[in-house]
Design a protein around this ligand. Structure first.
Ligand code: SF4
Length: 408
């Protein structure tokens, strides 16, 4: 089964390569292709000899029925339906994760925004929310299975509740906050336009909400934001950041930025650079604009030269690293709660473990594998760009898998 991506043209190409390789290596297997590329271009995939099943971003609960049908009839099946007509959230429980410390809980699917560079609404459909009772039920199960942190995911997570009666993301957070045994709630990403007073209030009151928000900016110049069809101006974005910082002192704000969007002049880029520097992110994920066929931006005539994009990407990565270090330095000497995720650099026996603090500092400290999944108090001893060093002060709560207090 191959899960495909279509977010850029390269995503399509790589997906095709992997499908062909899978067919070559597994000549007797039933080959099923799913995901976003399958949803947007089923015919292209059906044309690849050896593909048995194409199923997009819905009906995945019917996968086994289709496979049995193919084994019986020996005929390829194109099971992709029009995603734009789908209004229901497809529930697929994920009760276990290879990574034992954080559980990902999908609460929302699709997007109504139609930014001019993005194909996602066409591959995932319009925004729809998972039933609140189902979210709470799954969260309880995850906590019972030993997870201390739940990351709420979605395509447009802040749009949770847009299709529900009088129940929004802030209501869900309030209900999740009541779950006993759950230590941390993290939102994978939220749009600036969706941070309202109710949300700020929850951030302010809950001690389970992580002091970390990922708020995509995409561009720091108003004319670029407008051409991207984003739903905020730089001023509105900055206002939201100020409110959040006031509600959650020490909060880490991370973001995504696209550079070299069609029509972005040097002046617009410099405006953005200054804006990002002033806001002070704790990390930026920087991407060069990449044309996605079928989107309005791909048809814009004033595309930016690749070399210019390259140079701008590097400048913003440098800025991000500078800001990352500045952010981390504030915490040297402080004691933070860290949940170790794995042995340092995946090397068992290194005597070091790595985990994240609630404000998303990656912290490396002395400890053995027994500590993985436990809630630890760690003093930050050294700040770094991508990782900080720390010293274990004590284990607050073990994972419950027979963790010992080694190293205390
Ligand atoms: S809000 Fe995000 S998912 Fe929706 S269209 Fe814009 S970039 Fe794509």
């Amino acid at each position: 089964m191959i899960n495909t991506c279509t977010v850029t043209n390269t995503g399509d190409k790589k997906s095709r390569q992997i499908i062909r390789r899978a067919i070559r290596r597994n000549p007797d297997a039933v080959i099923a292709v799913t995901g976003c590329y399958a949803q947007t271009s089923p015919a292209e995939i059906m044309d690849i000899p050896g593909v048995d099943l194409v199923i997009g971003t819905q009906d995945r609960d019917k996968l086994m029925d289709y496979i049995r049908q193919i084994q019986r009839d020996r005929k390829p099946v194109n099971a992709v339906r029009n995603i734009m007509k789908t209004r229901e959230f497809e529930e697929l429980d994920v009760p276990n994760f290879a990574d034992r410390t954080r559980a990902f809980l999908k609460i929302q699917e699709g997007c109504n925004n139609f930014c001019t560079f993005c194909i996602i609404p066409w591959s995932r459909g319009l925004s729809r929310s998972r039933d609140p009772q189902s979210v709470i039920r799954q969260a309880r199960q995850l906590v019972a299975a030993g997870y201390k942190e739940i990351v709420l995911t979605g395509i447009h997570t802040g749009g949770y509740g847009d299709d529900l009666d009088n129940y929004r993301l802030s209501d869900l957070l309030r209900d999740l906050d009541k779950i006993e045994g759950l230590k941390r709630i993290r939102i994978s990403s939220i749009e600036a336009s969706q941070i309202d007073e109710a949300m700020i209030e929850v951030l302010n009151r809950s001690d389970k909400m992580c002091r970390h928000l990922h708020i995509p900016l995409q561009a720091g110049d108003d004319s670029v934001l407008k051409r991207m069809r984003r739903k905020y101006t730089t001023e509105e974005y900055a206002d939201k950041i100020r409110l959040i910082k006031r509600a959650m002192p020490g909060v880490a704000i991370t973001t995504d930025v696209i550079v070299g969007f069609p029509g972005e002049t040097d002046e617009m880029f410099e405006n953005g650079y200054r804006f990002m520097e002033e806001l002070g992110f704790s990390e930026m994920h920087v991407f060069p604009y990449s044309k996605r066929t079928g989107t309005p931006a791909a048809r814009m005539t004033d595309q930016v030269d690749e070399e210019v994009k390259h140079e701008r990407v590097h400048r913003l990565i440098d800025l991000s690293e500078r800001m990352q270090l500045q952010y981390a330095e504030q915490f040297v000497g402080q004691v933070l709660d860290v949940i170790p995720e794995r042995d340092y650099k995946g090397a068992p026996g290194s005597g070091l473990v790595m985990g994240y603090s609630d404000n998303y500092l990656q912290v490396v400290f002395d400890g053995t594998e027994d500590l993985i999944g436990s809630l630890c108090r760690v003093q930050i001893t050294e700040a770094g760009v991508n990782e900080c060093r720390g010293r274990l002060v004590r284990v607050l709560e073990s994972h419950g898998r027979g963790a010992t207090a080694a190293g205390i």
